[in-house]
Design a protein around this ligand. Structure first.
Ligand code: SF4
Length: 235
């Protein structure tokens, strides 16, 4: 399928997933700074712990000004519940420094006035922020019609045949994110992203997809594989 051409089944898949998962938003935020910090807290952490970690961070530093003045050592304390707190606190501190250096204060509100291209360029220039994180901030907090490709979206897109079959690399490189985004109609991007995460967590898991229960099995070319044609061959 050439880049930019929408998969024939994308609309039906989007409807079936929306019916099943109702666009559940996974607790993301409308404030772009909160959303960025929430994503950092969620790195390599289970949902309950990263939500508790972010809430503790907000209790410890209720205003952006208070957070802007905190050292990495102090930031590490409230987020300890989420694990990797030393690494995450240093990542947060370097992000805060970069944002303040650009805008003079700790805010990402100026992104609202930027084009998609400029907002993504700004975000991906921040330390440790790649396209996936940038597009999550843009989609959840700025209501931009982008398609962040996380591990669930990538896996399900591969299984649905939305990624070119010759692609051997299971890792999603930045150019792959662009190609996949170009194949998703803009009005379906938010819904497909949040609902593919729900599907990936519940049914289309990495190692043991439960295809018999899958709400989009009718459009999935891998359904035959799950029924024994290629045991263990999921990717
Ligand atoms: S049918 Fe199976 S492989 Fe295809 S999307 Fe559903 S769970 Fe995943």
């Amino acid at each position: 399928m050439p880049p930019g051409k929408h998969p024939a089944n994308v609309g039906e898949v989007a409807i079936a997933l929306k019916y099943r998962y109702a666009d559940f938003n996974h607790y993301n935020f409308k404030d772009p700074l909160d959303e960025l910090l929430f994503i950092i807290c969620s790195t390599k952490t289970g949902e309950a712990n990263y939500r508790a970690s972010f809430e503790a961070l907000k209790v410890a530093f209720p205003t952006p000004n208070q957070l802007a003045q905190a050292t990495a050592e102090y930031i590490a304390k409230p987020i300890a519940v989420g694990g990797l707190s030393n690494r995450k606190s240093k990542a947060i501190r370097s992000l805060l420094d970069a944002i303040v250096a650009n805008f003079g204060v700790l805010t990402l509100e100026p992104l609202r006035e930027m084009s998609d291209r400029d907002a993504e360029t700004f975000l991906t220039a921040l330390p440790n922020v790649g396209k996936k994180v940038a597009r999550c901030v843009m989609m959840y907090a700025l209501d931009r019609k982008v398609f962040p490709v996380d591990t669930h979206c990538w896996r399900i897109a591969r299984r649905l045949g939305w990624v070119r079959p010759s692609q051997k690399d299971r890792r999603c490189a930045p150019r792959d994110m662009d190609r996949l985004q170009s194949k998703i109609p803009p009005d379906l991007r938010y819904s497909l992203h949040v609902n593919m995460i729900s599907l990936g967590r519940e049914i289309c898991t990495a190692t043991a997809p439960r295809c018999e229960e899958c709400p989009i099995a009718a459009w999935c070319p891998r359904i035959g594989v799950s029924r024994g044609k290629n045991k263990g061959g999921f990717n």
